[in-house]
Design a protein around this ligand. Structure first.
Ligand code: ADP
Length: 258
């Protein structure tokens, strides 16, 4: 099976993270409407690891993910995807970088309604003029668990199935990082668990790097590490999380804020 190097190392030598931010700052608006969404955030997202980002509404989770993914322009600081620094890139360069090196899963599945599940999954490769890696495609298709529904259109699939298609579409290009923004927000608990297992499998079996914003402790528990944001700053982190430990940490951070 196709594998990636062990997390953060190549032949035992430490490598750069899949993505990182240094003193990342994002300010929206001016004067009375000025909001500091991110305040000098330093963070590393290591290769082949699953990181969850949590924090109260408005704490900067989406802004952090969008800036690191090259979807939003920082006000200050630096963002790197691998060794490539994003600041100073033109819009065209950023578009190409996102297409070639980043995968996205959004809360609203964003599938194309006229294409089948399979056509949706392979669309990024078609757009890039690349053929699917058969071995990888087989592994992903098995993990997605759609069976004979691969040739159905999104409207013939459940929400959970559609989101697993969206996830497969993000994985098929072997991106440096998959960014998932509240991917289980529109799913029931059974469908959420299936989607989270798919993300987990992509990390364990394919060596994928995954960064996921969530407000659900049960979802964050699938990650290797949980980062906690408050008021645009990283205020805490938890390794090897369980839902109970995440919930405890969320509660204690809320107490600090009161
Ligand atoms: P979260 O994802 O944790 O809910 P966000 O990153 O969406 O937080 O937002 C962080 C802060 O930045 C909030 O105060 C929000 O109101 C503000 N913000 C986000 N996007 C914009 C925008 N486009 N214009 C103005 N303020 C924004």
């Amino acid at each position: 099976m196709w594998t990636r190097p062990v997390s953060g190392t190549v032949d035992g030598v430490q490598t750069n993270p899949a993505a990182r931010a240094r003193a990342l700052t994002k300010v929206y608006g001016t004067g009375d409407s000025r909001v500091v969404a991110l305040d000098h955030v330093d963070v590393d997202f290591h290769s082949g690891r699953f990181t969850a980002i949590m924090g109260p509404s408005g704490s900067g989770k989406s802004t952090l993910m969008h800036c690191v993914a090259g979807l939003d322009e920082p006000t200050g600081g630096a963002v790197f995807l691998g060794d490539v620094e994003l600041s100073g890139m033109s819009d065209n360069q950023l578009t190409a970088l996102r297409r070639d090196r980043v995968g996205f899963v959004f809360q609203a599945f964003n599938l194309l309604p006229t294409l089948t599940a399979w056509e949706n999954i392979t669309l990024p490769l078609d757009l890039a003029g690349r053929a699917p890696d058969r071995e990888l495609a087989t592994t992903i298709i098995e993990a997605v668990g759609l069976g004979d529904r691969l040739h159905h259109r999104p409207s013939q699939l459940s929400g959970g199935q559609q989101q697993r298609v969206a996830c497969a579409r993000a994985l098929i290009t072997r991106p440096d990082v998959v960014f998932a923004d509240e991917p289980t927000g529109a799913l029931d608990s059974a469908a959420s668990a299936q989607l989270l297992r798919l993300l987990r499998t992509s990390v364990d079996d394919l060596g994928q790097t995954v960064v996921m914003v969530t407000h659900e402790p049960a979802a964050a528990a699938y990650a290797d590490r949980v980062l906690f944001l408050a008021d645009g700053r990283l205020v805490d982190e938890l390794a090897a999380p369980t839902a109970d430990r995440v919930l405890d940490r969320v509660k204690s951070l809320e107490r600090v804020r009161v």
